[in-house]
Design a protein around this ligand. Sequence first.
Ligand SMILES: [Zn+2]
Length: 683
Amino acid sequence: MLDEAAAANELMRLARAIAHHNRLYHSDDNPEISDAEFDALVRRNAELEAQFPHLIRDDSPSRKVGHEVAASPLAKVRHDQRMFSLDNAFSDDDVADFVTRVRRFLALGEDAPVAFTAEDKIDGLSCSLRYEHGRLVRAATRGDGEVGEDVTANVRMIADIAEQLSGKVPDLFEIRGEVYMAKQDFVALNQAQEAADGKIFANPRNAAAGSLRQKDPAVTAARPLRFLAWGWGAASDVPEASQHAMMQRIADWGLPVSPLLTRCESVSAMLEHYRSIERARSDLPYDIDGVVYKVDRLDWQERLGFVAKAPRWGIAHKFPAERAETTLEAIDIQLGRTGKLTPVGRLKPVTVGGVVVSNVTLHNRDEIARLGVRPGDRVVIQRAGDVIPQVVENLTRDVPRDAWHFPDHCPECDSEAVAEEGEVDVRCTGGLICPAQRTERLKHFVSRAALDIEGLGEKTIDEFFALGWLESPADIFRLRRRREDIVGREGWKDKSVDNLLAAIEAKRQPDAARLLFGLGIRHVGAVTARDLLKRFATLQALREVAQRALAEDAEALADLTSIDGIGPAVVEALGDFFHEPHNIAVWDDILSEVSPPPYVVETRDSAVAGKTVVFTGALETMSRDEAKAQAERLGARAAGSVSAKTDLVVAGPGAGSKLKKAQELGIEVIDEAAWAEIVKAAG
Ligand SMILES: [Zn+2]
């Protein structure tokens, strides 16, 4: 499994990621990931912390779940000189036209010599490195060309990038180039990420960008990033007269430039170099997507200048995407541990860009419908820097053949498989009984943020599951009947078995919110579980209201959705859960083994105790989360919407429909200052 360094590294990333998404969700109201994905991060963090308790970070999300975690984005940097992008050429004719335009602009005769540099165009992230007196003082990403992000601290972690240039360097010189990840390093990174359940990157470019644009430079340091220079920006002096000589000079100063950079004196020489790079493409250690030509004489570059955002003196000659035609032999469904059904196309093996390909991802149900693919179809597949190739075209779409239907039941457990409203992914709803998901669910159930059963680690769960001793969470509480069997197994002693069984017995009266979270219902993360229990106090009451909501009972629906933070996704997920008889069996089973006491919210006496409060509009002295936490401390319930049950509305500037509704209903409305008085009065 994971070693300590990798675990520490991942915990650090999780702390950052969770803080980031928390902020997007709470402060910016602009989540990038679904609640389920967010919960998966929290769950993963809890699992790792359970496994490596001594690695729990001071800023661990488990210590502040539900609170806003400060995470400011990277600082913005305005480029002294715009970072341009290049126009593209797609054909030999386009290149010839480019050269003709250059000649015409410079009023050169048809036979006058014009030289160009030609170099491979790396698919990475453009960066500008500012050197003052030869020392690296600032690094910024391209951004929109005018304003990029400050990645100085991160760039200092890249071995290719010299902190101090050697030789005679102008007082100010900005070197520009590409931060990238080599293909081999990319594959290794993804393997490590997969082993650690981390983010899998789609291609080396994404991996490089994701690794560089980190708030914590230590993350960047752990990633195998490289750099190649291709030009420069602001400079107090440019000591050479040509692009080619200047790039050689930059290499002499100590920054890598492409070994394939050359100088061409004719269109045919440019195209020849293009073809030789194209032939070498699949053997190069990094992904490239074309060849860049630039007018070699710098005085001519100066005269040619720019049109809009691109220079007249350069162009990128793109390679066609690497494609091949083959037969789609079958479509298989793979089941992820979160229950997601992913269609995978099995191909008659074919070589694309030097790689033999036999599988393609078909992404999801919509993608299959878009392509209209069925087993037997001839398809065009494409590798565009991505490791996993994609189907771009179905050549036999019009051939009559039975349509392939996306399964509506799980191939593993036969539970219903559904896509939620607005989502393209189809998931198995049989979470607790689905074998593919079961061990993962069991691990989650005992993890630190859930039931937190000490001594019942992942290995033990795998071991007992393989023996058929653990099928569902309730089986954990029946392990005591197997005491003698466990003692008889290698690696177990009387004492360790007793310790384990005691740890299990200690959870016979678990915290209801942890138990609910432990059941792994989609969208019901640790925070949501607490919010639900705060409102309904017992699991039985929650189940009743969820089942009534499932039967379209309007009052139950309103009851659920009036809880701040509970939206339609949670209500639907609860409905899906209770819709599946297997899940109810598991639910009843665990509740026959454990008895969680009713959830009690600790409160203080205050003017608003027992009341329902809604915050709306902008708050100026605190975050929305802080306000909600205050309300809860004062014994009030913070709700997300105004209804007849609302007692008090705290309205800040910009309050809209909620304020209007409160006024219509005659509900008391106060401002933030008056709220602060209530908080102060409660002490
Ligand atoms: Zn299933």
